[in-house]
Design a protein around this ligand. Structure first.
Ligand SMILES: C[S@@+](CC[C@H](N)C(=O)[O-])C[C@H]1O[C@@H](n2cnc3c(N)ncnc32)[C@H](O)[C@@H]1O
Length: 391
């Protein structure tokens, strides 16, 4: 099967490396993810084990699309009875760049928004099954048996099946989060980029709900992020119905592996934050992730925290300042830079979303990666703290 594993902007190289670790060989790394040719067993492995992936999509078709009519025709050309029957529930989501509103073929019907586009695909699917005499499936946007994704590329559209249903960042441990939590998949990418593998102490001094630490510790211990979650493909009854049992098998093995890893785990991981309310949330999330014996949580001001032991890795996304005044946030960054300049032998990886962060922080960074936090462009910069860089 041709598969597209989608990733947040800037994380696709990290995702491709992660695929390689799982023996899933990328055939191409386009801007929005990684393309691979996978067997059902490999798809199950990807769904249960990939940390950075947002979705694993199975390709159905790709066709030129200049409006609602060609979308309907392209979707009608898929033999939907191979995948779904009228007794199952479906959902269709649409994403990407819709054909231009001033498409030359005026009769084509303009696709003005994604909801309308998803309805045209749903109509094509339901009309086809109804005309075949079997009735029509019901739509269930929250928990469908079969989820279809329409991806638009300006003048073409591709249709995909999403065997996970809910996006892969929904690991299940984050029942609650602070005001600006990182998406789990982005946190996993940040941790991978940091290079921390569990052998050195790790501190997140702005830990909020604890996402970076949970993702870092899970990766270091090899805990599969999808070991406990549900996948809608477990309800597939037609083509691909072998995926359900393969997922169940991969999850059982991953749970056993996690139990074993946790029994002997010894990580040195600390999360601190100024806000006692988010620390309460972090503790709950860490417990749900099975990591309460691995991650300590304490209240501290990052601008006055005790100096970490040499060799410590600090990974954090400091506040971007949405809830603070301009001077106040720049003052925080400057105080942070002053205090952290006294650390020795540490490295820091900071995901900053404020354009003046680096200047205010004031310490030299050694390299950076451009990422995206939701719709906000952010930079992950690496700093050597108190390391003699020969200058
Ligand atoms: C962008 S959020 C971090 C979100 C976190 N990565 C997560 O996934 O939930 C920034 C955090 O910094 C904390 N914070 C603000 N000023 C601080 C300070 N001086 N020292 C420590 N934490 C601070 C806030 O309480 C907030 O939880």
């Amino acid at each position: 099967m041709r598969v597209l594993v989608t990733a947040s902007a800037g994380t696709q190289r990290l995702l491709a490396a992660e695929c390689g670790d799982l023996d899933l060989r990328p055939r191409r790394v386009p801007a929005h993810g990684v393309e691979l040719d996978l067997t059902w067993e490999e798809i199950a492995r990807a769904l249960v084990h990939l940390r950075i992936a947002q979705r694993v999509l199975i390709r159905l078709t790709h066709f030129p699309c200049d409006g609602a009519d060609s979308l309907y025709d392209g979707a009608r050309a898929v033999d939907w009875s191979r995948w779904v029957d009228a007794k199952q529930t479906i959902a269709v989501a649409a994403t990407g760049r819709l054909p231009r509103a001033n498409s030359p073929s005026r009769e084509a019907g303009q696709l003005t928004h994604h909801v309308f586009a998803s309805q045209r695909v749903k109509d094509a699917l339901c009309d086809q099954l109804r005309e075949q005499g079997g009735g029509r499936p019901t739509v269930d946007l929250d928990d469908a048996d079969v989820r279809v994704v329409a991806r638009f590329h300006g003048d073409s559209c591709s249709l995909w099946l999403d065997p996970a249903g809910a996006a892969l960042h929904r690991r299940g441990y984050r029942a609650e989060s602070g005001a600006a939590p990182l998406r789990e998949t982005l946190a996993a990418a940040v941790m991978r980029a940091s290079g921390w593998q569990g052998k050195r102490p790790l501190i997140d001094p702005f830990c909020g709900s604890g996402t970076l630490l949970i993702e870092g510790a899970s990766a270091a211990l090899g805990l599969a992020p999808g070991r406990d979650r549900t996948f809608s493909a477990r309800n597939w009854r037609h083509e691909g119905s072998e995926l359900g049992p393969l997922l169940a098998k991969a999850q059982t093995a991953a749970r056993a592996q996690a139990e074993q890893a946790l029994a002997s785990a010894k990580l040195d991981v600390l999360g601190t934050d100024l806000d006692p309310n988010v620390l309460r949330l972090a503790r709950g999330n860490i417990a749900r992730a099975g990591l309460k014996d691995q991650i300590r949580i304490e209240q501290a001001d990052a601008t006055r925290m005790p100096r970490p032991a040499p060799g410590t890795v600090l990974v954090a996304n400091p506040p971007y300042g949405e809830r603070m005044g301009g001077d106040e946030i720049l003052g925080l960054y400057a105080a942070l830079g002053r205090h952290w300049s006294t650390f020795t032998g540490c490295e820091a990886h900071l995901l900053d979303g404020h354009r003046d962060f680096a200047d205010a922080f004031g310490l030299p960074w050694t390299n950076y990666l451009e990422l995206s936090n939701g719709s906000l462009p952010v930079l992950l910069r690496r700093y050597e703290l108190g390391v003699d860089q020969g200058r």
